[in-house]
Design a protein around this ligand. Sequence first.
Ligand code: AMP
Length: 476
Amino acid sequence: MKNEAVICDREWKIKEECGVFGIIGKEPCDVARKIYFGLFALQHRGQESAGIAVSYQRTKVAYYKNLGLVNDVFGDEELKLLPDSKVGVGHVRYSTTGTNNVVNAQPVVFYGKLGRMALAHNGNVINADKIKYDMMKCGHIFQSSTDSEVISARINYRIQDKNVVDGVIEACEEFKGAFSLVIMAEERLIAVRDRLGLKPLVLGQTPEGEYVVASESCALDAVGAIIVRDIEPGEVLTIDTDGNMESRYLKNIDKKACIFEYVYLARSDSVIDGVSVYDARYECGRMLAELYKIDADLVSGVPDSALVCAKGYSDVSGLPMVDAITKNRYVGRTFIQPSQSMRENTVSIKLNAFRNNIKGKRIVLIDDSIVRGTTSKKIVDLLKKNGAKEVHMIIGSPIVSYPCFFGVDMQTKEQLIGSKLSKDEICKAIGADSLNYIPIEYLKKACGGQGFCCACFDGIYPEEVEQEDLDKFMFE
Ligand code: AMP
């Protein structure tokens, strides 16, 4: 029995770093196409699979999902499979371990007590395995290895007296960890953000009057929607096709939004919880210039997420901002490939140096973060091989020393260079001439002040992580 449980744990070990999108309006229309554009804008949050589900004839659901980028998964033909509808949800997925399997693609579409439902999830529910195992003991079966299927099953399990919102709330009170959800049920759209507000979720409205819920505001822009407001931590917002809204709240609300969204995960043109990601990154750059005055010839940013920070540094320090590195636009984010060896390959495919710009120069190089150290080492090597005289690295986040259990791909302490080495040792390991990080208080200030989960930097987890939950992150 014990062995079986362990085998299950291994299979269940999967983490998500995804994008969700939901839409609801009065008249049936081609919502699938709008969701497609929304997902396209969220592509940076997940490049492994994409899916869309729409409801039609009140009780039916049509959906299509597959492995690949939004553009690979959906062409005109696939979109035409999805009939005109008043409501739909979509998802892009980034799994960090396990098989990249179509069974794990979302939205999760299922037959439940209230007929067909669909759910899309961003985050990581740390006690999902426990819930899953309990349910399996009672005879439930599961198809995938995702916590999102557990969330769906538990919601269905908790639905009584045909009240879907009560069921959602009861189930969500049981989940520990990160979950931003969009749920389609009975021609209603339900948006949920966990009590800590770990993952972002924003409400918008299209010029046609439809309501839209998305992981990031850049997806609202993609469908011409304006921001109405953020979904609040712990909020369970139900919207019907007439645009009526009802908000209810989970217990023990305590905002601890993931600060890494501002550092790296989100797009610079998004606004999260009222704070522009661009402004936060720019402010970090300005602060870094005040903190670390380096005798150098130029400043440069690692594309794309560190460019804004580098601009802030340049504007305050007076050092010219010069392109040192270029990025191949057709390669995805470094971490997309699940194995470390593939990851190392993609760094050199992805980045190249502008030799003439850097030859003989002393460079201040800004990056948003150092996680494993692989990228920084490659970049410093690249710049030096191409003639840079000195490379002074400045990082727009503190040292990443602790794993994340809530949906960011930093799984074990072993993988994090900052958990093993001191700042000076890291500097040596990556071959830089100097290395500096932004202090945590400065980063918080740049992102709007307080109410953040900074566990990857300070080890203070907003939710108690039990040994059992910890153990499952150690399998690889
Ligand atoms: P490395 O130090 O080799 O792990 O790479 C760090 C770089 O990868 C950072 O500069 C970011 O641009 C990017 N990065 C940081 N955190 C993540 C993450 N959780 N998932 C994907 N990419 C990341």
